[in-house]
Design a protein around this ligand. Structure first.
Ligand SMILES: NC(=O)c1ccc[n+]([C@@H]2O[C@H](COP(=O)([O-])OP(=O)(O)OC[C@H]3O[C@@H](n4cnc5c(N)ncnc54)[C@H](O)[C@@H]3O)[C@@H](O)[C@H]2O)c1
Length: 412
């Protein structure tokens, strides 16, 4: 195979990514795109600027009619598992966006589909390709931080009360204020979700630095309905504490209804027995390091690398998130063409998503700790077989839940 013939499902963010795929990554030939919303499909597909691009409103028809090697799934998270599994079982490699889902069952479905088909799978979390993450991982591997005791990550993104309803025909979001009286709207999957379910941008880089997985989670949320925007069902802010297999405590704060100046939307820090690192907290601030054995009386400011990538490719410049959006797609094509493992395989993907789903469950029990399922095959489960339960179990008491309360799109 010289080029990966690709189809892209979901023409929101997927439209821009398909365009970069077609124009910047010569390893791809973008053959077809698909969106359930006919109006959105028509208007967005033209922006990709690929002659003879095939358009579909049904991903199964696209899979049946097109000669594709791979599918990029850019649907809303509630639809990723269905499309990804259909693509895998039809013999296509799959790259999808974050998160895999808001439900544990969907994560399991994808894990099992990858195990049964043996095809390549990648979750396209892109912040793990940042240079500072690469450098912190190196520091950890070289032992400069000692044993990492504590890590923090946070995603503070004030999304207001827009995107709360969805028009499936026009492919348009409506906010709380402008949805009144508009016919045919369904609740958008962004409305009642727990902020912590959108967690891979924090956990993916943190777990990459640690080379670890989360074992247990406890989470608390401020009241549903919020203070800032009064969005029904949504908390303004959620905080999770997680313990990893390797005994690091991680604290994650996610907030979609908490105003902030937008400097540290994604922010991370690590604290070890021999050193500490953290990103800047304000525009006038700098990232900092401190190493116990290097005679440092205080934290030392270091270069602000922003979102610059660890591996510099000219073609990445100008793609989203400081150019990082380029890398998952580029590396996925190389993994297919060179038959090498993907950077974020299905286990790493599930391990970056499931703790956030479990955090949403825990928040509904006022912080009751829950165990995170182990998605890797072993004595408890053979590869390709379903698990004994799709649920997360509480550590105390007999509570089992598959996902937190939410109303995915179309199921209001
Ligand atoms: N990595 C990142 O930085 C980042 C940033 C934003 C969004 N995301 C993720 O990217 C994905 C897409 O986000 P978005 O903002 O474009 O969402 P969106 O809701 O605007 O677009 C999703 C599109 O998928 C279509 N769709 C849903 N199910 C479908 C199906 N079965 N067949 C065909 N089309 C289907 C919808 O009609 C919609 O047009 C989401 O999973 C989101 O969580 C990731």
């Amino acid at each position: 195979m010289e080029k990966v013939r690709a189809g892209v499902v979901g023409m929101g963010r997927g439209c821009g990514l398909a365009k970069w795929m077609a124009q910047r990554i010569p390893q791809y030939e973008v053959v077809a795109v698909c969106d359930r919303s006919p109006e959105r499909l028509k208007s967005r597909a033209a922006e990709i600027e690929v002659p003879d691009l095939k358009l579909y409103t049904d991903h199964r028809k696209m899979l049946a009619e097109e000669q594709l090697d791979a599918v990029m799934v850019e649907t809303d998270p509630c639809a990723i598992a269905e499309v990804a599994c259909d693509a895998l079982y039809s013999g296509r490699h799959v790259i999808c966006d974050v998160p895999l889902s808001y439900r544990l069952h969907d994560c399991w479905d994808i894990v099992i589909a990858v195990e049964r088909t043996g095809l390549k799978f990648q979750m396209g979390e892109q912040l793990r390709y940042a240079r500072f993450i690469h450098e912190w991982q190196q520091m950890n591997m070289e032992g400069r931080l000692g044993k990492i005791l504590y890590a923090e990550g946070q995603y503070i993104h004030d999304i207001g009360n827009g995107r709360m309803f969805w028009d499936p025909v026009q492919g348009r979001y409506y906010g709380v204020a402008d949805a009144d009286g508009v016919p045919g709207l369904v609740q958008s999957d962004r409305r009642p979700m727990h902020a912590l379910t959108y967690n891979p941008h924090e956990l993916s880089p943190i777990l990459k630095v640690l080379q670890d997985r989360v074992r247990t989670v406890s989470c608390m949320a401020t009241r549903r309905g919020g203070y800032t925007y009064q969005v029904p069902d949504r908390s303004d802010l959620e905080v999770a504490l997680m313990r990893t297999e390797g005994d690091t405590i991680i604290r994650i704060v996610n907030a979609f209804g908490c105003p902030d100046p937008g400097v540290r939307q994604h922010w991370y820090s690590f604290m070890g027995t021999k050193g500490q690192v953290e990103l800047k907290r304000a525009r006038w601030d700098r990232p900092k390091v401190w190493f116990k054995d290097e005679n440092m009386a205080d934290y030392v400011a270091v270069e602000d690398l922003g979102w610059s990538p660890a591996e510099v490719k000219e073609e990445a410049a100008g793609t989203g998130h400081g150019g990082l959006d380029f890398y998952p797609m580029y590396r996925f094509a190389r993994a297919i063409l060179e038959d090498t493992p993907t950077d974020m395989d299905v286990y790493l993907a599930a391990e970056a998503c499931a703790p956030g789903i479990v955090a949403g469950i825990s928040a509904e029990y006022e912080g009751l700790p829950f165990a995170v399922p182990d998605f890797r095959p072993g004595p408890h489960r053979k590869a390709g077989e379903p698990p004994a339960t799709y649920m997360a179990r509480s550590l105390y008491g007999d509570i089992e839940r598959e996902g937190a309360t939410h109303h995915p799109r179309g199921n209001a």
